[in-house]
Ligand binder design. Structure first.
Ligand code: G3P
Ligand code: CA
Length: 383
């Protein structure tokens, strides 16, 4: 029996024995949406350890461009990861946030100067240009730029070359590369700011379901995950009959914005307890924690001892896909840095291997090639 099959059998046995008892304030319905049917073995929740190309291969190309996604797949990523937001005309496009001055050339476009504005997004004021103020046709006139030019100067070579892709285009790319590479390339979609978009009449869930259905990747066997830092939209997707597996993103601080909006005092820390994970298992198939929630950093800059998160999540029947693995020193634990510069590569493989050994089921990485090498090393050495 493979590792994940053993896990599935174990957690199924344990899950029935553990009560659902996370305290839920009266204002929030305590009943979870019915859990989607478990995927068949060897399908969407494959037995394999997954490498997810975070925003594509964003260590090498401007993030959330077709070029970034394609490179990730060619480097061996199992899944490519589009974050999605809405345009004014309700089309889902791939951006990490709806404010686009950091990842496009919009600020240099005089024709859009008057669109610069200040909004409150998830409770915080933000000034810039927002996707929901652009039709798709207008957005298509913009070009992507590198978000982190100081760390990833090489990526600026590609500034100005690529458009902001629609989710439809990402799904088409997925299908094309699946055929060409003769292996299934998955899509790991994240809905960004779902409560905010609901509030301005541009709900993300319905177009997402339509796009998946039209691309014929809407079944529980489809190579798709849907992830969110909020909770209500994931429950809503389950209630609307979405069959692909759902993943609850977690964070080392704060609370889901839908909790904030509903006056629910619970935090991500509450969701990360053993009881919280049992609650999540009522509507999701996995969790995506910040990597420090899996293995915290010690004061001396080394990686510390694993928390109980992985074991607790597995006991609840949840996969664990932490974020975000990156090769550059600035993102690594100080003890694994190498060289003097923030953008020098450090000992990322050591970090990766420590996390595989901690029992994670997959990882989000800006450097999918490194992720694949680390997984190969881990699987070669694993007993
Ligand atoms: O979705 C996993 C990871 O991408 C979450 O962080 O902020 O990069 O979307 P973020
Ligand atoms: Ca994401």
């Amino acid at each position: 029996m493979s590792r994940a099959r053993r896990l599935r059998a174990t957690v199924a046995a344990v899950a029935v024995a553990v009560p659902l008892s996370l305290a839920v304030p009266a204002a929030v319905p305590a009943t979870a949406a019915p859990r989607p049917p478990a995927p068949e073995p060897g399908t969407a929740l494959a037995d394999d350890l997954l490498v997810v190309g975070h925003r594509g291969a964003s260590g090498y190309r401007p993030e959330h461009t077709l070029a970034s996604y394609e490179l990730a797949a060619r480097m061996g990523a199992d899944y490519i990861e589009p974050d999605v937001v809405s345009t004014e005309d309700g089309v889902l496009v791939a951006r990490h946030e709806n404010e686009i001055s950091g990842t496009t050339d919009v600020a240099s476009r005089p024709e859009f100067a008057s669109r610069r504005t200040t909004k409150v997004i998830d409770g915080a004021p933000l000034t810039g240009w927002f996707t929901e103020d652009f039709t798709l046709a207008e957005l298509r006139t913009l070009r992507a730029v590198e978000r982190l030019p100081e760390v990833r100067e090489e990526n600026t070579l590609y500034d100005g070359l690529y458009q902001v892709p629609t989710l439809d285009e990402v799904l088409e790319l997925r299908a094309r590369l699946t055929k060409e590479l003769r292996r299934e390339i998955g899509v790991y979609v994240e809905t960004k700011h779902p409560t905010y978009f609901d509030g301005i009449g541009l709900s993300l869930e319905e177009p997402l379901m339509t796009d998946l259905r039209e691309a014929r990747v809407h079944k529980h066997t489809s190579p798709v995950f849907i992830q969110s830092f909020e909770t209500a939209n994931l429950r809503e997707l389950g209630e609307k009959g979405v069959r692909v597996p759902l993943v609850q993103l977690l964070s080392g601080s704060g609370q889901p914005y839908d909790f904030t909006a509903a006056g629910d005092p619970r935090t991500y820390a509450d969701l990360t307890t053993a009881e919280g994970l049992q609650e999540i298992a009522g509507y999701a198939e996995g969790v995506g924690p910040e990597k420090n929630q899996v293995i915290p950093r010690e004061a001396d800059g080394t990686l510390g001892t694993s928390t109980t998160l992985v074991d607790d999540a597995h006991r609840a029947g949840l996969l664990v896909h932490p974020y975000t693995f990156r090769n550059e020193n600035v993102f690594l634990p100080p003890a694994l840095r190498d060289g003097a510069e923030a953008d020098d590569y450090g000992r990322a493989l050591e970090e990766h291997l420590t996390f595989w050994e901690a029992g994670i089921d997959g990882m989000f990485t800006d450097n999918p090639d490194t992720g694949v090498v680390s997984r190969d090393l881990f699987e070669t050495d694993a007993p």
